[in-house]
Ligand binder design. Sequence first.
Ligand SMILES: [Fe+2]
Length: 421
Amino acid sequence: MNENLTRMGDYYAAALDDVELTPKTRAILAGLDPSAQDHKQAISLPPQCYTSEDWFEFEKRAVFDRDWVCVGHSGLIPKPGDFQTINMNHDPLIVLRDQAGVVKVMAGVCAHRGRLVCEGAGNTDKFVCPLHHWTYDLNGQLLGAPEMNSVLPLAELQKQAFLPVLRSEVWNGFIFVNMDGRAMPLAPRLKRLTKEIENHHIGEMLGTPTFDFPDYNWNWKYMQENAIEPYHTHYLHRGIHDHAPSRLASFVEWDPDDDGAVFHPTGFVELDGNFNMSFKCLFPVIKTLTEKERQRVMFITVLPNLFIGTVPDGVFYYIIQPQSANKIVLRVGFLYPEATLADKNFDYIFKMTVDGLCTYNDQDVASNAGVHVGLKSRFAPRTRYAPKEKTLSQMNRWLVKRYKAYATELESRDRAAAAGR
Ligand SMILES: [Fe+2]
């Protein structure tokens, strides 16, 4: 059995081994406070937070292991046996709906030689590793392992060879995994946002197949920052963003007791706006929305790695898959009510929707890559924020709280070791 696994009731925890606090990591930690101030005083995070691989290793423990990481949406796995795979921080995971209809997240690594037991997405009643045909059920239990009976009876082998099911939580259909098994539940930290978007009924929506943009050469945090700040939209996206002008962006005050997400609405100049070259919704507007909700997009960052945009006819979202401090894979998905997907013209209109979003994304891609080159430079800035970057100082508060909590954990571990306990 894998020695990184800890059994915690119905699921397994699989936290990474702790890092050592290096002088460089300590120096970054010592410089975080100015970033976690009230918006008017806050400055951006130290540039090394975006570029240092040591810092990324620290973050993998402080943030990605100890909090909730998004790995998919239930609308892509509506039927028993449906599954989708995702690679999160180099861990291949399977997101699936079991025969009882329960959403599960499990490791996708065969317990024999480590081959991926499945890739992509599909529907199945079992996972058969292509290499030696070791076979697992949808609960991760080993069903069979050819020619192994003479080594260990199946009942014995099953105790050490399985696909561990990890702790997961579903919010608005978005599926999150918690690697260390000890995170506070997510939904109670999303109270205000949940209320703001309840009329969208995102948990009941179905998804179109996601697509991955590989090899985006910038940090995972900057992906979120670009998406959640409405300062740049008036400049970088001038012309194509004028129907959702940054002057119609508004902000909410930070609530440390309800800090599961950073979000802000931007108003549309006209009812039922959207992000395509007609600047209007192409699909039927969601019936349950109020007029106020039809006149806005809600941009949402569920840190660390989920970004959502709610528009009057559906939802688009990004799942950020960090590859290193300096690289991400961006998974893009769209969600719609079932009736919208059933329309005979769906594919045709959907293509226009995707092309529309790509028009904005292409500008962001070029810009984000440029920012990352600048952040790696000796001339990298640490900056005061504009009023319309309020969401960035809020992101910093979320991050710094978690960075400090993990640093405190490490320091008390080190003190205990020094005291010989
Ligand atoms: Fe943008």
